[in-house]
Design a protein around this ligand. Structure first.
Ligand SMILES: NC(=O)c1ccc[n+]([C@@H]2O[C@H](COP(=O)([O-])OP(=O)(O)OC[C@H]3O[C@@H](n4cnc5c(N)ncnc54)[C@H](OP(=O)(O)O)[C@@H]3O)[C@@H](O)[C@H]2O)c1
Length: 428
């Protein structure tokens, strides 16, 4: 194999891991790395030039492959577009850019005859993308669902194991380096939405616009909900799912009560766990580290080695180009899918309340599986309800009706319960 010359944008957590792993690959030469601050102390001795001008990397004619591990939307997008214009292949870990600009990037890459590799952008060290792209190519994928964010899984696992509040579990995650100082992207589900957009492109040929993806974060999950879910035989996880076909998709991320015996319930700490269902293979489960320096670098360097080994072949890029359409996917509105619900209501402790709740639900075809009053507190009582599968728009209507009732003091939680993705269609 001939020598392949690489340039890299970014030398943070992932970039540093990439340099460490590249040291073991003699045929790969890292020529230049761009950073924001050239004078910053680094954990490694670099075997190449460092610059604070990304264009010195992108425009270097000797560099054939650009590794983009700087993150963020801009200027990363402009740098990638510029490199593709110059017919350079891209290896990136940047889920945000792919999710927001995937159609444009892949269309340009197709026209310029270059490949974009992005294994590290979803599920870090787990080879999920190559599995869907190549290993499961013979399948019609009906769903990809799972735990796609290690930070939130770490927080939810701590809350459950130690009975901690969300705020305390977040603080611990931050002190251990599992959560950013600004945790919004993780805890509000943006990070998972970006990954679902990419998974939609792989499984169904079209990216899902991040804004069209239903997103509910974990900030409102209480230690009480965790304990209550456990009593009913569930564990709360932040689950993302894309399901459907070429016509329309249901794409969503929200906290989910997962039955204790389900494979996703066993995914603990900062791990990720994903279920892929294909018509021929059935269901496969992949579990492993979804982030972190070396697991993510493992995915990036795996992509580089794959790319480098194919570079000499004629027209190899088309083999590696995912069959992604330039149009966005049609994403169904969230009201259209159905699943069972867990509800925690705060009500006044007066006679007839449970009967009135039953009537409101019954009028909207929502059938109650279990209803429990959690004792009385001063001025009221807590009621926990588990429903059978209900259409989301019916549940929205019932909750709006309940909010107008004099006995209602507040909706403490409304959390969806796991439903096999192929049973979530609202057609009844
Ligand atoms: N960390 C993970 O576990 C993980 C897992 C999967 C995917 N990813 C993805 O990998 C990418 C990188 O993440 P990271 O955690 O390594 O980020 P990071 O630690 O914040 O590192 C970012 C690097 O990019 C450089 N940089 C930022 N803006 C720049 C600019 N305008 N010009 C030149 N250099 C610039 C920074 O330079 P300075 O060092 O000078 O500040 C730094 O070296 C992101 O897309 C992220 O989503 C990360």
């Amino acid at each position: 194999m001939g020598r392949v010359v690489l340039g890299m944008l970014g030398l943070g957590t992932v970039g540093t891991g990439v340099v460490k792993l590249l040291g073991q690959q003699r045929h790969l030469q890292l020529k230049k790395v761009a950073v924001r601050d050239k004078l910053k102390q680094r954990d490694i001795v670099l075997p190449c030039a460092v610059t604070d001008d990304p264009l010195q990397v992108i425009d270097d004619p000797e560099i054939e492959v650009l590794i983009e591990v700087m993150g963020g939307e801009k200027p990363a997008l402009d740098h990638m577009l510029r490199a593709i214009e110059q017919r350079k292949h891209i290896v990136t870990a940047n889920k945000e850019v792919l999710a927001k600009h995937g159609p444009e990037l892949f269309e340009l890459a197709r026209r310029k005859g270059v490949a974009i590799f992005f294994e590290a952008s979803v599920a870090g060290g787990i080879p999920l993308i190559s599995t869907i792209q190549k290993g499961l190519e013979a399948n019609k994928i009906s769903s990809v669902a799972g735990i796609l964010n290690g930070t939130t899984n770490f927080i939810l696992s701590s809350m459950e194991e130690r009975g901690e509040s969300f705020a305390r579990a977040l603080e611990v995650a931050q002190s251990l380096g599992f959560a950013e100082a600004d945790p919004t992207a993780d805890v509000e589900g943006f990070d998972v939405a970006y990954k679902l957009s990419i998974l939609s492109a792989l499984a169904y040929g079209r990216f899902a616009r991040p804004e069209s993806i239903f997103r509910q974060g974990i900030r409102d999950i209480s230690a009480e909900d965790m304990a209550s879910a456990r009593e009913f035989g569930y564990r709360i996880k932040l689950v993302g799912c894309t399901a459907g076909g070429e016509d329309s998709l249901s794409v969503r991320v929200h906290p989910t009560l997962v039955p204790l015996a389900h494979p996703l319930a066993a995914v603990s700490g900062s791990n990720n766990g994903i279920l892929v269902t294909g018509h021929a293979v059935g269901e496969i489960v992949m579990v492993g580290p979804g982030a972190g320096q070396m697991p993510t670098a493992s995915a990036v360097v795996g992509d580089i080695i794959n790319l480098a080994s194919a570079l000499q072949l004629p027209d190899f890029a088309s083999y590696f180009q995912a069959a992604i359409q330039p149009e966005w996917a049609c994403v169904l509105p969230p009201g259209m899918w159905r699943c069972p619900f867990y509800l925690h209501l705060k009500v006044s402790d007066s006679p007839g309340v449970i009967g009135q709740i039953g009537t409101i639900f019954g009028l909207r075809r929502i059938s109650i599986q279990s209803i429990v009053q959690r004792g009385s507190r001063q001025g009221g009582a807590d009621i926990v309800i588990l429903t059978h599968a209900a259409v989301s728009s019916d549940m929205d209507g019932a909750l709006s009706e309940l909010s107008k009732c004099a006995f209602m003091q507040g909706l403490a939680s409304c959390i969806r319960i796991w439903q096999e993705p192929d049973k979530t269609s609202a057609d009844r």
